[in-house]
Design a protein around this ligand. Structure first.
Ligand SMILES: Cc1cc2nc3c(=O)[nH]c(=O)nc-3n(C[C@H](O)[C@H](O)[C@H](O)COP(=O)(O)OP(=O)(O)OC[C@H]3O[C@@H](n4cnc5c(N)ncnc54)[C@H](O)[C@@H]3O)c2cc1C
Length: 447
């Protein structure tokens, strides 16, 4: 790729995973980049290290195997010219089938690559004004992460209207295929809305055993800055907290059975767990009102007690934590630019992608799209079959604008492959091969 200066400038705010990838991708096209980073002048409550692309919690970038969602994502990122994936591989530590890294060496190697790049100018200090950061540049990419706060958060809030959230309150998502269809039934409360919901009916004994399991299950330890605004917003109370409020609290809340008769018995069940469509294709369903702070292993154990979910395949577990993200389905195009302000892009966790590599991948897309647009080059259209394409489609699909919750890479968001492959491993390998083939074809097309 050409390294000659094109005369264009892109400003990137935040040198985290997304910001570094965005800067790197744009510079690959010969675009000059101004990369703003507030560390070490100011650290968020989770950041501790002065280097860029800091991994704030786990040091794992998840599975390496191509036939896994995380492995596929990393393979696609490498095809798209990632900086972080090669740096991670160069600083890997033993972790079985996962790509885990020595976090400081990883950060150091990303930082060195960025600082050595003659087209990238690092500008230290906190950005409080988007206009100021953008001034003199053609495009600005905002990649300040899930802990964005202060004046910048206020500005983003103004830019996005009502569309800024500060907490994740996501319920688990399961695949339709994995439900026991003999135990569940389609129906809406009082017959309103047709077959919009899948209902999992519970007897009194099942309900009580489920409640006891919820009350004794292990929870995630929250950091101080993650304490929830439950007192302010009861609607996002974790299901286990609701369960602790009294024996019937869940039956008067999300597990309310009124207006729902079980077609098998013709009677109203004692309690009902409702599942709502997560995607247009109706391959994924979320557990309505089941936002939770239980550990992932405990979610699998306890939620598998729900009739019909005994063998459920979980594509996302419930989470509740501090997470600043915008209502992307309302605001962003699939290329991470704003619909109303195409010169402004967002990248990273704040767009509603969830996870280190997902954030980094969105940075590659934003940086690449922005650079190609400035150079008048044919846009890269990420195929729907790819993990990067599916994530981009997920965050920008207006279908989700009313109840948008972040999403990480998972095979459930890829379009159906059309042939039945029973063995899960083989099925996922087929999805991954299809994705890589489609991406290579697109990259060949745009040269
Ligand atoms: C506490 C916590 C734990 C997490 N643990 C995991 C995990 O274990 N695994 C996982 O896959 N994901 C995890 N995530 C989710 C997510 O993957 C990470 O937050 C990821 O780092 C997001 O990447 P990013 O580039 O969007 O933001 P970040 O990596 O946070 O980068 C944002 C950068 O912008 C800078 N910045 C912020 N505001 C300004 C400003 N006003 N001016 C200039 N610079 C600014 C910050 O200093 C930072 O360097 C976690 C998130 C949190 C909050």
């Amino acid at each position: 790729m050409s390294l000659k200066n094109t005369g264009h400038i892109i400003s990137v705010i935040g040198a985290g995973l997304a910001g570094c990838e965005a800067a790197w991708s744009a510079a690959r096209y010969g675009i000059r980049v101004r990369l703003y980073e507030m560390k070490p002048e100011r650290f968020s409550p989770a950041h501790k290290y002065a280097g860029f692309a800091e991994l704030v919690c786990s040091n794992s970038l998840k599975a390496s195997r191509l036939g896994s969602a995380a492995g596929l994502l990393k393979t696609e990122m490498e095809l798209l010219g990632s900086l972080t994936v090669p740096c991670a591989k160069a600083n890997a530590v033993e972790a079985g089938g996962a790509l885990a890294v020595d976090r400081e060496r990883f950060s150091d190697s990303v930082t060195a690559a960025i600082k050595e790049n003659e087209l990238i100018e690092v500008i230290p200090g906190e950005v409080r004004d988007i206009g100021e950061a953008k001034s003199g540049s053609d495009i600005v990419i905002i990649a300040t992460g899930p802990l964005t706060d202060g004046e910048l958060a206020q500005q983003i809030s103004q830019l996005c209207g009502e569309g800024l959230s500060f907490y994740d309150a996501a319920a688990p998502i399961v695949s339709y295929d994995s439900l026991d269809k003999d135990k569940v039934f389609f129906a809406s409360r009082y017959g309103r809305g047709g077959d919009d919901y899948i209902n999992c009916p519970m007897s009194r004994e099942e309900y009580q055993a489920f409640r006891n399991a919820l009350l004794t299950a292990e929870r995630v330890q929250l950091k101080d800055f993650e304490t929830h605004p439950f007192s302010v917003y009861e609607g996002c109370m974790p299901i286990e907290v609701l369960a602790s409020r009294g024996e019937d609290a869940m039956r008067f809340g999300p597990m309310k059975p009124v207006g729902i008769d079980d077609p098998k018995t013709g009677r109203r069940p004692y309690a009902v767990v409702q599942l709502r469509r997560e995607n247009r294709e109706a391959t994924l369903f979320n557990l309505v009102g089941f936002q939770t702070n239980l550990k992932f292993t405990e979610q699998k154990r306890v939620f598998s007690m729900i009739p019909g979910l005994e063998n459920a395949e979980f594509f996302r577990y419930g989470v509740m934590h501090r997470n600043t993200f915008i209502n992307s389905p309302e605001l962003l195009n699939a290329d991470f630019s704003m619909r109303e302000r195409p010169e402004i892009f967002f990248a990273g966790q704040m767009t509603g992608v969830e996870g280190y590599m997902e954030s980094a991948a969105s940075g590659i897309i934003a940086g690449t799209v922005a650079a190609r647009r400035l150079l008048g080059l044919e846009p890269v259209r990420l195929p729907a079959e790819t993990m990067t394409g599916a994530l981009s489609a997920y965050i920008s699909d207006p279908y989700r604008s009313g109840s948008f919750q972040p999403m990480g890479a998972n095979m459930g968001i890829l379009p159906d492959i059309g042939v039945r492959i029973k063995d899960k491993r083989e099925r996922y390998e087929a999805y991954a091969e299809r994705a890589v083939g489609a991406l290579r074809k697109e990259l060949d097309r745009v040269g």
